[in-house]
Each structure stands twice: as structure tokens, then as C-alpha cells.
Design a protein around this ligand. Structure first.
Ligand code: PLP
Length: 364
């Protein structure tokens, strides 16, 4: 077979694989940041210009650290094996670092799956999905599948989740989604407010705390609430500060009975061992988080004082204040923002009052 023919066959096979993957993704509606970003690009039929600083999917341009890259390379030859014990080592490493029991931790290829599985497991036509507005929209797509009412509650004037308004607006909630630091505002919801939400939430509901960006902030983790056996699921991802969005690794951390409910929605599967090895190496890198956090803070400080050329306000972060009193405006609609359209920032989105936050590009 000629080389061209081999390439043609390979491309066809790749195309078929991609079509199958795309069909499967749309059947299960795992809609996450990269898919939303890709959809925005397709809509405009635009390509990124060479050298563009791409922030639309909140990736980390630094990529995996050197130790993680080396781990990927050395693991690749063993790719013929599932090697589940490598995932055990990853979980044990995280458990030890965080003072958690290993059975409270499940590893996934990223945090989008456990986010969606949580929504599917805990919401239904009679148990609503309560989220912030503006907020990370991914869970709303899963709520469409479970047939849940989506309750969008505006952030407080300090850009924290308005816990009291969320409780008031969704007394039937099956799941309260708290993203802190929040995407797209980059602002924190105080730990005390999350504790209050957990204490006052309706029976049988869970609080899903998405800590995808926590390493960039001085925010307090909600892992203590998991350790205290509360109805709390915490999500962590290696896609952001660890720069592994394309490698795919993340955790759901919760009481084992809550994790078992997620299992009903998608089961567990073997993870890519290259991603697992890279994640373990990243966790074992003593200074990685502090170095990257410092870099991010420095770039933010150098960027934000400049006079903005747009009329949006930039929320100051981190926020230490507790959330403000209610009532506040709130909307209740399936997978929609205040305008009734999906709240996805894209260059074409008109009259938006907010913008997404992102890890910085490497400073030149
Ligand atoms: C707040 C938040 N949660 C979860 C995710 C999902 O990321 P991943 O599936 O790569 O872990 C993203 C992605 O951008 C995000 O912004």
C-alpha cells in the first residue's frame, strides 16, 4: 500500500472515530468548556489568527510541567495495559496530601463527567438544578437531560453565589452548583456561605462545589465538608493550573454513597495511563502550584491596572466578604441566561455585561 493510501485510510478511520465520538458525546450531552468554545468558533466560521492569545476555553498555555511530560513519555510504551493500580497510586497520593480517605476519591478523565453525572444523579423533573448567573453553564445541559427545572440566581453585588437567594428560589432543588472561583467572574464564594447552604438545603439534595480554579486563588476549599460527611461533592481538575486539559484527569471527592450514585450514571472506566502518570507527577511536584499561582497573580496585577478599553467592570479577587442580603432578581428557565440564551461568552455575544476569566498566557 502506498504511503498516500495509508494516510487516506488513516484519515478516514480518524474521521469515522471522530464521528462516532461526536455522536456519542451528543447522545450523552457531555457539553463542556471546549465543546462550547468550539461551537462558538464554528458559528462564526472563523479561524484563530496566527499568534492569537486563545482564552476561550480557559486552557493553560503553560501545558503540563516537565515532570508530567516525562511521565507521559515513559508511560507510553506501557499503553497496552489498563494498569488500574496507577490510578490507585494517583488517588492515594491525593488522599495523603489532603488528609482524605481513599474511598472518598474517584478519578475521571477531567471534571466534566463527574459534573454531569452529579446533575443526572441528583436532579429530575421534581428536583431542580440551582446555579449562579453568570456561571459555568455545563451543568445546565445535563439538567436538560434529567428534565430538571434550571434556577439561575444572580450573583451578589460582590460576585459571590447568593446562597440565601438560591435557597429561596429552589426549595425543590436536588443539586446546588457552586463554582468557586466562579467561571466566568473569577470570584470567590466564602466558605461560611457554602456551610450555610449545606446546613439549610432541602433534604436529599447535594451541594456540588466546583473547585476547578481554586489553585489560582486564596479561596478555602470545601473538602473539610466532605471529610465531615456532609452532602457535598467537590470537583477538582488537572485541566487548569496543572495545564493538562488535553490529557484529561480530574476528581470527584465525596462520601462513598454519593460517589456510588454517580456510578449509576456512567460507571467507572479505565483512565488513560499517560494522564494518570502525568497527574501523579504533577501532584508530587512540590512547588508547581505555588509557582504557577504566583505567575498568574503577577500577570493579573500587570494586566488589570491598565485602563480597560471596554465598559465592563473587572471584579476584584479574591473576595473575603460574606454574601449580601436578598431579594435579588432571579430567573428560572431551562439552560438559559438572563436573555433566554445560553450564557456562553463568545466574541459574537452581544451586549454582555461580563467576561470570562482565564489563566494567563506565558509572559513574553
Ligand atoms: C468551572 C469549570 N468546571 C469544570 C470544567 C471542566 O473542565 P475539565 O473537564 O477539563 O476538567 C471547566 C472547564 O473549563 C470549568 O471552567
Amino acid at each position: 500500500m502506498s504511503q498516500n493510501k495509508t494516510l487516506r485510510n488513516d484519515s478516514r478511520r480518524t474521521f469515522l472515530q471522530m464521528s462516532v465520538a461526536a455522536a456519542a458525546a451528543s447522545a450523552f450531552r457531555i457539553v463542556n468548556e471546549p465543546l462550547l468554545a468550539a461551537a462558538a468558533i464554528d458559528r462564526e466560521r472563523k479561524q484563530f489568527p496566527p499568534g492569537a492569545v486563545v482564552i476561550n476555553a480557559n486552557e493553560n498555555p503553560l501545558g503540563p510541567c516537565d515532570a508530567a511530560r516525562a511521565a507521559v513519555v515513559s508511560m507510553a510504551p506501557q499503553g497496552g495495559r489498563y494498569s488500574y493500580w496507577l490510578t490507585d497510586e494517583l488517588v492515594d497520593t491525593f488522599a495523603q496530601q489532603q488528609g482524605l480517605k481513599r474511598e472518598y476519591i474517584r478519578a475521571f478523565p477531567g471534571s466534566s463527567e463527574p459534573l454531569h453525572f452529579s446533575v443526572l444523579a441528583f436532579t429530575s423533573p421534581s428536583r431542580s438544578y440551582a446555579t449562579a448567573d453568570p456561571g459555568y453553564e455545563s451543568g445546565m445541559h445535563a439538567a436538560k437531560i434529567s428534565g430538571a427545572r434550571v434556577v439561575n440566581v444572580p450573583l451578589t453585588k460582590f460576585y459571590a453565589h447568593d446562597i440565601r437567594a438560591m435557597l429561596a428560589a429552589a426549595p425543590d432543588a436536588g443539586l446546588f452548583y457552586v463554582c468557586t472561583p466562579n467561571n466566568p467572574t473569577g470570584t470567590l464564594t466564602p466558605h461560611a456561605d457554602i456551610e450555610q447552604l449545606v446546613a439549610k438545603k432541602p433534604n436529599g439534595s447535594v451541594v456540588l462545589v466546583d473547585e476547578a480554579y481554586i489553585h489560582f486563588s486564596d479561596g478555602v476549599t470545601a473538602l473539610d465538608l466532605v471529610k465531615a460527611d456532609q452532602d457535598v461533592i467537590v470537583l477538582r481538575t488537572f485541566s487548569k493550573i496543572y495545564g493538562m486539559a488535553g490529557l484529561r484527569c480530574g476528581f470527584a471527592i465525596a462520601r462513598p454513597d454519593l460517589l456510588a450514585k454517580l456510578e449509576n450514571c456512567g460507571g467507572w472506566s479505565a483512565l488513560p495511563i499517560t494522564a494518570v502518570a502525568a497527574a501523579t507527577a504533577s501532584l508530587k511536584h512540590e512547588h508547581l502550584v505555588s509557582e504557577r499561582k504566583l505567575l498568574n497573580t503577577t500577570v493579573r496585577q500587570n494586566t488589570c491596572p491598565r485602563k480597560p478599553t471596554f465598559s465592563w467592570s473587572i471584579p476584584s479577587a479574591p473576595l473575603k466578604k460574606s454574601s449580601t442580603p436578598w431579594p435579588r432578581r432571579m430567573s428560572s428557565s431551562a439552560a438559559s441566561g438572563p436573555s433566554g440564551r445560553p450564557t456562553r461568552a463568545s466574541p459574537s455575544a452581544p451586549k454582555r455585561k461580563w467576561m470570562r476569566s482565564s489563566p494567563p498566557s506565558t509572559p513574553s
